[in-house]
Write a protein that binds this ligand. Structure first.
Ligand code: GLU
Length: 279
């Protein structure tokens, strides 16, 4: 078995990350398998080297050791380009020149937009552009994202299932995401594409992460089918909350592992307080 912890270096890790890392670490170690660390730093505008250093230091402080080299997404952009090329070859991508306000305006005009897990579904403005319109606008230097033509992709893939260790067998519902962005205007890959490609390339066989990303797995399952990638198992685990019941987030400074370390906390006590239901 191979698991991974895949944080984005956009802030210091907090107790919720420690739980996610511990969950993946325990699952791998219990099976005599491998636990990998991946830095999800595709979003150059939000990621920082000092947060990467912080992740490494925090995991070391907690005593969670990983196997092999750390994969940094920003060093593997060709892998995501290759996956995009393959999807494009299947005729499943189209360039989208819309700005956020173009989309909002269209959503308001239409009166309602169905909500997807990442926000309102794309109303399809650029789906019907002709090949020459696409070419001309790109040649004029208009920035564009690449979207997946969900109806075609889902029809090509057919019925798909996946297994979550807690929730059981799922029938994939990637259509929840509509024509999702797979390459952003400002980044060569979206989270969804990069994570799917990486989990396959790194041989991850059990994807563990919080239930906030449960819906994403419907889409990842579709991408695996389209890209002919191996299909892992998943286990979406609970999210930690603060005493008032609010989900822990990077903005909660008090809960960072750094502030706990500076306050003299014992990492072994932290691990045992989290360990009760971590696999
Ligand atoms: N990088 C994502 C995050 O920080 C996690 C990705 C995943 O586990 O699939 O939330």
């Amino acid at each position: 078995m191979t698991t991974r912890f895949a944080p984005s270096p956009t802030g210091r890790l907090h107790l919720g990350h420690a739980y996610a890392a511990l969950f993946a670490h325990r699952a791998a170690r219990a099976a005599g398998g491998r636990f990998l660390l991946r830095i999800e730093d595709i979003d150059a505008g939000r990621c920082r080297q000092d947060f990467v250093d912080g992740i490494v230091a925090d995991l070391a402080w907690l005593g969670l050791d990983w196997d092999g080299p750390v994969r940094r997404q920003s060093e593997h952009l060709d892998d995501y380009r290759a996956a995009l090329g393959r999807l494009d070859g299947l005729g499943l991508l189209y360039p989208c020149f819309c700005t956020r306000s173009d989309i909002l305006r269209e959503v308001e005009r239409a009166g309602a937009a169905p909500q997807g897990p990442d926000g309102p579904l794309y109303p399809g403005l650029c789906r019907g552009l002709t090949a020459s319109e696409r070419r001309d606008r790109a040649a004029a230097g208009e920035p564009f994202a690449l979207r997946l033509d969900m109806a075609r992709a889902a029809a090509l893939a057919g019925r798909l299932t996946w297994i979550d260790g807690a929730a059981g067998e799922q029938v994939a519902e990637p259509g929840l995401f509509g024509d999702v962005v797979l390459a952003r205007k400002d980044a060569p890959s979206s989270y969804h594409l990069a994570v799917t490609v990486d989990d396959a390339l790194q041989g991850v066989t059990l994807v563990t992460r919080g239930t906030d990303l449960f819906a994403a797995s419907h889409l990842h399952r579709l991408l695996q089918a389209l890209l002919e990638l191996p299909v892992p198992r998943w286990h979406h685990h609970r999210l930690l909350s603060d005493p008032s019941g609010r989900r822990l987030a990077k903005r909660d400074r008090a809960a960072t592992l750094l502030s706990m370390r500076e306050a003299g906390a014992d990492p072994r006590a932290i691990i045992s307080s989290l360990a009760d239901d971590a696999a």
